[in-house]
Write a protein that binds this ligand. Structure first.
Ligand SMILES: [Zn+2]
Length: 184
């Protein structure tokens, strides 16, 4: 990632153990830590399948994995908790604000059910993430309630578990999470 030391421009900078840059000339140290990211399975009780449910997937509108299916969510920002980050991402990506009872914590709305590592290549940098997967039931939610972020999202679909093509999912962590959710 760094060819030169960002502090003194030495060419001797080393990358050790897959996580730390050290410059022997000036003592610069930089830990390239993993990033936290969230994903959310939004389930809607299926009117056409008693006891069944449909899960919401987004069609990615940009690289990496453009055209593949993904869950809403994204990187957790600076000074954010995972729940606040997910709440913000849902508003940004799908233009939908999950209903939160007055005074209730977001942990009452989102249920953490799985976490997996992921690799996210973006513009020649490989980001290693710790993905946190939450679920949320949204009775009555449909496409007309959403306003998709055009630059990022190409479409939305609601699938019953039997319709999910796991090869069409964008990321390994998402595949594992959806499987864990469906098999729970
Ligand atoms: Zn240096």
């Amino acid at each position: 990632m760094f060819t030169f030391c960002p502090s003194c421009a030495s060419k001797k900078i080393n990358f050790e153990n897959g996580k730390v840059f050290r410059c022997p000339d000036c003592g610069f140290v930089y830990y390239h830590n993993i990033a936290a990211a969230t994903g959310c399975i939004i389930s809607v009780p299926a009117a056409d399948s008693p006891g069944g449910e449909r899960l919401m997937f987004l069609v990615r509108g940009k690289e990496p994995a453009r055209g593949k299916l993904d869950l809403p969510g994204g990187f957790v920002d600076l000074n954010e908790g995972a729940l606040e980050g997910l709440y913000r991402e849902l508003q940004e990506e799908i233009g939908w604000t999950p209903p939160v009872p007055p005074g209730a914590p977001l942990s009452q709305v989102f249920t953490l059910f799985a976490s997996f590592p992921n690799i996210y290549p973006y513009k020649n940098i490989t980001y290693h993430t710790c993905d946190l997967f939450f679920s949320l039931s949204a009775p009555g939610l449909s496409e007309k309630d959403l306003h998709l972020e055009e630059a990022e999202i190409a479409g939305v679909c609601f699938l019953v578990p039997d319709e999910i093509n796991y090869d069409a999912l964008a990321f390994e962590s998402t595949r594992r999470a959806v499987k864990a959710y469906v098999e729970r």
